[in-house]
Write a protein that binds this ligand. Structure first.
Ligand SMILES: [Zn+2]
Length: 77
């Protein structure tokens, strides 16, 4: 998570962990498990509202191991 807002430099970032799928919504982190699906951590700047959007640190390996996510160099082959 960022320490300062990337837009305005404010250091009051409000964070929350949110699901990457659910209900009728799209699966934004496909292939990262069903019951143990990877989650996002978002941080909203309390001044300008800029949203910093990350995969939760402990879920990055799930994304790396997902067959749905390819290395950027493999996409253009
Ligand atoms: Zn800001």
């Amino acid at each position: 998570m960022v320490i300062k807002c990337l837009q305005c430099g404010n250091n009051d970032i409000r964070t929350a962990v949110i699901n990457s799928m659910g209900g009728q919504g799209p699966d934004l982190l496909p292939g990262t498990g069903f019951f143990t699906h990877a989650k996002f951590e978002i941080g909203v700047c309390s001044i300008c509202g800029y949203v910093h959007w990350f995969v939760r640190q402990e879920d990055i390996e799930k994304v790396k191991n997902s067959k749905k996510f390819k290395n950027k160099y493999d996409i253009y082959k």
